[in-house]
Design a protein around this ligand. Structure first.
Ligand code: GH3
Ligand code: MG
Ligand code: MG
Length: 387
C-alpha cells in the first residue's frame, strides 16, 4: 500500500466521522489537494429549493468567482451532466458553454458527488423492458440512450426522446434527490495530465463524501425534529425550558436584558367546538407563523402548551417587548383567519415579564409573565399585560 492510499483512507475516515457538512466539504477539498495536487478545484452543490447548482468552495480558482455562483439546474451546461448521468466527465466536448468559458476550463474533469438514494428508472417506472439499454443500470436514464422502450414512437434519437421525456417524473430536472453536487478538477494552468485512474479514484471518494453529506443532513434533520413541535414547527417546550435556563444565566453573567412573552389564544375551545379540531389545528399554525415572523431569528419562540406560546426575547427590555407583543396582538385581532369561505376571528392575551437587574431566578420570570397573562384574561382578554 502506498502512502497516498493511507492518506486517502485516513482522511476519508475523518470525513465519514464528521457530521458537520461544512467540515466534510472542507476536508474533501483538502484530501483532493493533498493526494492529487490539481491546479484548481471547485465544489458546487445542488440547492434543491432554488433549483440551482451553487458554488461553495474553491482552491486555485478566484474564490469570489466560485462562491455564490449559481447555475440553474435546467441549464444545458456541461457542468450539470455528471449530476444527470451519475458518471464523471473527463475532458468533455466543449461546445459553447458560458460557464466553462467563465471558469476558463480547458484541461479538466467533472466528478459527480452523489449519494446512494437514487432509484433506477426501470424500478421507479416498474418497467419490464429488459432489453432496454437503461435496464439494470442505476444511473443511466431512458432519455440518455437511443433504443429505450418507455417513450412511444419507437427508435427515437436522444434529442427527440429528451423532448418527449421532459414531463416524465424521473426526468433530470425533477430527479435530483440523489445528487449532492459536482466537483471540478482542473489542470489547465500547468497542462499536467488528468488520468482516467485519477478520475475513477476521485469518483469513488466523491461517492463516499456524497453519502457522508447525506448522513449529516439526516442527522441535522433528526436533531431538529427532537426540538420542534410537530404541528406548528416552533420549538417545543423542552427546548424552551433548556434555553430559558441558559439565557437567564447568560443575561445575568453579562448584564444583558432578557424578556419573556407568554400568550394564549382566547376562547380557543369555542373555535374547536364550532369548526372542528382540524380547523383549530390550522388556526394554531397560523398564529404560530405570525408569532414566529414577528420575532427575530435570535429569539426563542415555542409552543408552550396546547394553545399557549412563549417567546424569549434576547437582550430586549420590557418596553420593547410590550411593543412587540402589542404588534402581534393587533395583527391577529385585525386579520381574521380565512377558512374556506368563512372568516374566523381569534384574539390572544399576552403576559410580558423582564429579567430585573436584581432578579436571579428564571422561575420569577415565568411566574410574573404567567400572572400578567392571567390578569390580561381577567381584564377581558385580547390585551397585553406586564408584570
Ligand atoms: P381562555 O380564553 O380562557 O384561554 O379559553 P380557552 O377556551 O382558550 O381555554 P381552555 O383552556 O378552556 O381550552 C383550551 C382549548 O385548546 C381546549 C383544547 O382542546 C384546545 N387545544 C389544545 N391543544 C390543541 C391542539 O393541538 N389542537 C386543537 N385543535 N386544539 C387544542
Ligand atoms: Mg386559551
Ligand atoms: Mg390555555
Amino acid at each position: 500500500m502506498e502512502s497516498s492510499d493511507i492518506t486517502i483512507i485516513e482522511m476519508l475516515g475523518c470525513i465519514y466521522e464528521d457530521l458537520d457538512i461544512d467540515m466534510i466539504e472542507e476536508r474533501f477539498v483538502e484530501l483532493v489537494n493533498q493526494v492529487f495536487a490539481f491546479d484548481r478545484v471547485a465544489l458546487f452543490f445542488v440547492k434543491h429549493k432554488k433549483e440551482v447548482l451553487h458554488g461553495k468552495l474553491a482552491k486555485g480558482f478566484d474564490p469570489g468567482l466560485i462562491q455564490g455562483m449559481e447555475i440553474p439546474i435546467h441549464s444545458k451546461s456541461v457542468l450539470m451532466s455528471p449530476l444527470i448521468t451519475g458518471i464523471p466527465m473527463h475532458n468533455p466536448l466543449k461546445n459553447k458553454d458560458p460557464y466553462v468559458d467563465l471558469l476558463q476550463l480547458d484541461n479538466f474533469a467533472l466528478i459527480p458527488i452523489v449519494n446512494k438514494k437514487r432509484t433506477s428508472c426501470w424500478k421507479l417506472k416498474n418497467c419490464g423492458a429488459t432489453d432496454c439499454p437503461a435496464y439494470g443500470k442505476k444511473w443511466l436514464r431512458c432519455w440518455l440512450v437511443a433504443g429505450t422502450k418507455c417513450s412511444p414512437g419507437g427508435e427515437l434519437t436522444v434529442e427527440e426522446k429528451t423532448e418527449q421525456c421532459s414531463n416524465c417524473p424521473i426526468f433530470a430536472a425533477h430527479d435530483f434527490q440523489a445528487t449532492e453536487g459536482v466537483m471540478i478538477i482542473d489542470n489547465s494552468l500547468s497542462g499536467k495530465p488528468i488520468t482516467d485512474d485519477m478520475v475513477t479514484l476521485l469518483s469513488i471518494i466523491a461517492h463516499s463524501v456524497g453519502n457522508a453529506i447525506n448522513n449529516s443532513k439526516h442527522y441535522t434533520r433528526t436533531l431538529d425534529l427532537a426540538i420542534r413541535d410537530s404541528l406548528t414547527g416552533l420549538h417545543n417546550r423542552r427546548y424552551f425550558d433548556e434555553r430559558l435556563l441558559d439565557e437567564v444565566e447568560r443575561a445575568r453573567r453579562y448584564g444583558e436584558r432578557l424578556s419573556l412573552i407568554i400568550c394564549d389564544i382566547d376562547h380557543f375551545k369555542k373555535v374547536n367546538d364550532t369548526y372542528g379540531h382540524p380547523v383549530g389545528d390550522s388556526v394554531l399554525c397560523w398564529v404560530a407563523n405570525i408569532l414566529g415572523n414577528a420575532l427575530r431569528k435570535s429569539d426563542v419562540v415555542s409552543r408552550y402548551g396546547g394553545e399557549e406560546f412563549a417567546a424569549l426575547l434576547i437582550d430586549t427590555d420590557m418596553d420593547l417587548s410590550i411593543q412587540i407583543a402589542e404588534k402581534v396582538r393587533s395583527i391577529i385581532a385585525e386579520h381574521p383567519f380565512r377558512h374556506v369561505n368563512r372568516d374566523i376571528r381569534v384574539t390572544l392575551s399576552f403576559g410580558v415579564s423582564s429579567l430585573a437587574s436584581d432578579s436571579v431566578s428564571f422561575e420569577g420570570l415565568i411566574s410574573r409573565a404567567d400572572m400578567a397573562l392571567y390578569s390580561a384574561k381577567a381584564q377581558g382578554r385580547n390585551r397585553v399585560s406586564s408584570g
